[in-house]
Design a protein around this ligand. Structure first.
Ligand SMILES: [Fe+2]
Length: 164
């Protein structure tokens, strides 16, 4: 619940607002993010009141991962993006880390197999784990005062995050 609204998030849409009593769907709400294809998880910054959301997009420099930092009053949104390049395969991520200064995306070597998906295989079962490729940690400055960068590390699976 935020600003009197109950939200339901999915993996690549604007969230829906729900009736707080019946939970009936009311309408989509972009929460101040233009063209939202937001992931299900977000973080609240208890110090600033900001809400931090994220998405993964495709495009000429795709895939790219963005953090959307919505001010406490909901009036401004700052976007921080790391574009990984067209030759980088899509990594499945479901959650992320937020600290006072940074946002980190844990780019695990789990790759959706679109051929399997087209055959009706469930999404989780379509993931192709390539441990030899390692995990990449994409780190973005919330203030934008440091260019996004990647740290490579051993392969690890991450579903959810806590305590960044
Ligand atoms: Fe989740």
């Amino acid at each position: 619940m935020r600003n009197g609204k109950v939200y339901a998030f999915d993996e690549d849409h604007a969230p829906w607002t729900l009736d707080p009593v019946t939970l009936e769907s009311i309408a989509t709400d972009n929460i101040g993010v233009s063209d939202p294809e937001l992931k299900a998880h977000f973080r609240m910054d208890a110090q600033t009141g900001e809400r931090v959301l994220f998405d993964t997009l495709f495009g000429p420099d795709s895939p790219s991962h963005s953090a959307h930092i919505v001010s406490a009053d909901g009036r401004t949104t700052t976007r921080r993006t790391i574009a990984l390049g067209a030759d980088v395969p899509l990594t499945y991520i479901h959650d992320f880390f937020v600290t006072a200064s940074s946002v980190m995306f844990h780019l695990q070597p789990a790759f959706p197999d679109f051929a399997k998906l087209s055959q009706g295989v469930a999404f989780a079962r379509s993931l192709d784990w390539k441990s030899e490729q390692g995990t990449k940690l994409a780190i973005l400055s919330r203030a934008g005062d440091v260019d996004p960068f990647i740290v490579e590390t051993d392969s690890r699976w991450m579903w959810h995050s806590v305590n960044a």
